[in-house]
Design a binder for this molecule. Sequence first.
Ligand SMILES: Cc1ncc(COP(=O)(O)O)c(C=O)c1O
Length: 387
Amino acid sequence: MMRDTFLPFAKPSISEEAIAEVVDSLRSGWLTTGPKLQKFESMLQSYVNAPHALCLSSATAGLQLALMALNLQPEDEVITTPMTFAATLNVIEMVGATVKLVDVSKDTYNIDVEQIKSAITPKTKAIMPVHFAGLPVDLDPIYDLAEKHGLYVIEDAAHAIGAEYKGKKIGSFGDIQVFSFHPNKNMTTGEGGCVITRDDQIAKHIMLTRFHGMDREAWNRFGKSGSAHYQIVYPGFKYNMMDLQAALGIHQLPLLDEFIQKRTQLANRYLDKLQGFDYLILPKEPAYEHKHAWHLFAPMVNPAKTDLTRDQFMQKLKSMNIGCGIHYEAAHLYPYYADKYGFKEGDFPNAEFIGKHVISLPLFPDMTETEQDEVIDALTCIFENKD
Ligand SMILES: Cc1ncc(COP(=O)(O)O)c(C=O)c1O
């Protein structure tokens, strides 16, 4: 049965309270960084139990400023994986450092810790693991390696606010974590991101660089008690988050755990109903204790069981009014990286396999079981040629 309307693969859940809060900001006349951002940041600090939660215009900005705070030099290497959104690699280039890639596990799509060991050189300065789809990376051995070699760990936690590793929230320990609040993510501020750190110096640097390099939080310099004067102590960017965005965040964060619970129920239901459906390779979870944030449900089309390519399958799903996404194609094969570093097919076989076969199926908190059943029926139809 064909759906009448298009089912998106992701959709934010915005409460009436959040809408009213945005309207309140609009009516107040204070649209940009201000009291609502302060409130949202302190809510984030409490949520992850960290002393610094610094919001920015995007997670990309957060990753960039986190790297800048490490004062990297052009020859310095940052280790990450090709199975990520391009922003993870782009920021390393933007700060003038060198991208060093290692492959991922074909089961979890997360960085292969064993391969990090052989990628570390005297020039390595940081490791940037990605908690893919909200599934926490095995952090203990990564932090052990970092300590042994004097490296920083910047966790690309764009997918992972609310996830837990061995009973601890992502963001509640470690060096630096960066969350994204893009509308597809588990909670949203429209666009936006947040850097979490326990390091006062790093926090100070990010506070400077996110707003022109002004020597103090200068958002209220036009207010009655604010001072119109400031000094520029560093050449900074304009990466601040607006109150309009924070207004959404203030009402998204208290619902986050509930959103994740709904995502988890739906993800488990997919896993249950698709058990034995060999046309797809289902996502697997590691043995260590963790809480998955289920930002994505991203199985792979199984080339051993079907001649349909992932892209043909996507087209068929879309023609049946069902949205889907690709997260991600292997980043080392993008022209910029292939040209600059000489990366080629065969360099990171697991990331390449995932990149060719992965597909994100619809998953969002307000998706109904009926909608999910329609997706599952469509899968059966497509693979068993019943359309
Ligand atoms: C793994 C990963 N890192 C970084 C980002 C960048 O996040 P933003 O869109 O907030 O800049 C994304 C966004 O999709 C992502 O998926």
